[in-house]
Design a protein around this ligand. Structure first.
Ligand SMILES: [Fe+2]
Length: 371
């Protein structure tokens, strides 16, 4: 049993300037980023590397189509190292660039996990949610299949993960909210996973504490209070990434993918729509084991009894990001059956990490309850 996988080297810098001095981006490098991030922090440095701005290839979360276009332009640069500076979309596409040759995205999915490492990879996250800088998975919307799926392979680990809290200073509150809730879900799902170990739980539970304490401060002192907490949230997101990188995510992610794929709901928000609904259903099936440990831990953080932790957690999270019922996203009753089938057929990788097995009837029941 794998206790913990910690593949990329991890570096931290207070400023982008310090990163550039250490990593020396040059002619053999390709930076994949967004203009609004690159210009203010790196623009004046006149780096010699090639730069591709992801938003020029389409808005929103990464699709197979968008990624294939970027693969073509990246190949033209002849780069040997990819430097990703951005949120989940940029990072996920950069991971594909590290393994991409002439294949289509569908062919890469067929080859996975035996993907070749074709370029070095440096990842610098600019949100506090994905933890993706330390994992080997990219989530793409496979538009031809109509759902999001993970592309996974050892070659997709970054060589270097770099944390620069300065880059989060301009993060809008909405992105802060959805990305940090995603990190909280990573920490909770990985800690309840049958693949959790004392090492993954060390990082997972600490991330839960840091995120909940941070939210409590923000609720008490106002949204601007997050600025002083950005380094904590960036580290918590990284901890959660280390935890789920080994122990995996589960039903919350699996069930959120059809919603995100069809209705373009941001990843963290679609996770939040499923989060406590899944936990409550775990509890209907089994009340002892790790879920009892988790509930006790949450009750201490939230200052409530263990029987009401999910409701009190939701009260707190609703002040950061209001939860919506599925029909508010445009989901129809017909979709619920379609989503259930999609989860059972395409999300086996994640559903294998559930705290207790969830069958098709249970998945449908959860969707119904959240509808
Ligand atoms: Fe996630």
């Amino acid at each position: 049993m794998k206790e913990i996988i910690w593949e990329p080297q991890l570096s931290g810098f207070a400023t982008c300037k310090e990163f550039v001095e250490e990593f020396q981006p040059g002619e053999k490098d390709l930076v994949l980023t967004n203009e609004y991030i690159y210009q203010p922090y790196f623009g004046a440095m006149n780096l010699k590397c090639a730069v591709l701005c992801q938003e020029k290839y389409g808005a929103g979360e990464p699709t197979d189509v968008m990624t294939e276009e970027i693969m073509k332009d990246a190949a033209k640069t002849g780069c040997e190292r990819i430097i990703a500076i951005g949120g989940g979309t940029v990072i996920d596409i950069a991971k594909v660039l590290a393994v991409a040759g002439d294949e289509s995205i569908d062919e890469l999915y067929d080859m996975a996990p035996n993907l070749p490492k074709r370029r070095k990879l440096v990842i610098i996250p600019t949100t506090c949610g994905t933890g993706s800088e330390v994992t080997n998975i990219a989530i793409l919307n496979r538009t031809r299949l109509g759902t999001k799926m993970g592309l996974v392979g050892p070659a997709m680990y970054a060589d270097d993960a770099v944390l620069i809290p300065q880059l989060l200073e301009t993060l809008p509150f909405g992105v802060f909210a959805t990305s940090s809730i995603d990190a909280l879900v990573h920490a909770v799902e990985s800690s309840l996973s049958p693949k959790a170990t004392p090492y993954t739980k060390l990082f997972g539970y600490k991330a839960i504490e840091m995120i909940i304490r941070g939210y409590q401060t923000i609720v008490k002192e106002g949204r601007e209070a997050r600025i002083g907490l950005l380094n904590d949230f960036l580290i918590a997101s990284n901890y959660a990434g280390l935890a789920f990188g080994t122990a995996g995510c589960a039903a919350v992610h699996a069930m959120s993918y059809p919603l995100g794929g069809k209705y373009h709901v941001p990843h963290g928000e679609s996770n939040y729509a499923m989060f406590t609904g899944v936990l409550k259903n775990y509890m209907e099936i089994r009340q002892d084991g790790e879920i009892a440990v988790m509930n006790e831990y949450l009750s201490n953080l939230l200052g409530c009894g263990t029987e009401e932790v999910y409701d009190r957690l939701e009260d707190l999270l609703n002040q950061i990001l209001p939860k919506k019922a599925l029909h508010e996203y445009g989901v129809t009753e017909e979709d619920l059956k379609e989503f259930t089938t999609s989860v059972m057929q395409t999300q086996g990788r994640l559903m294998g990490n559930n705290f207790v097995p969830l069958d098709e009837a249970r998945v449908y029941k959860i969707y119904k309850e959240l509808y």
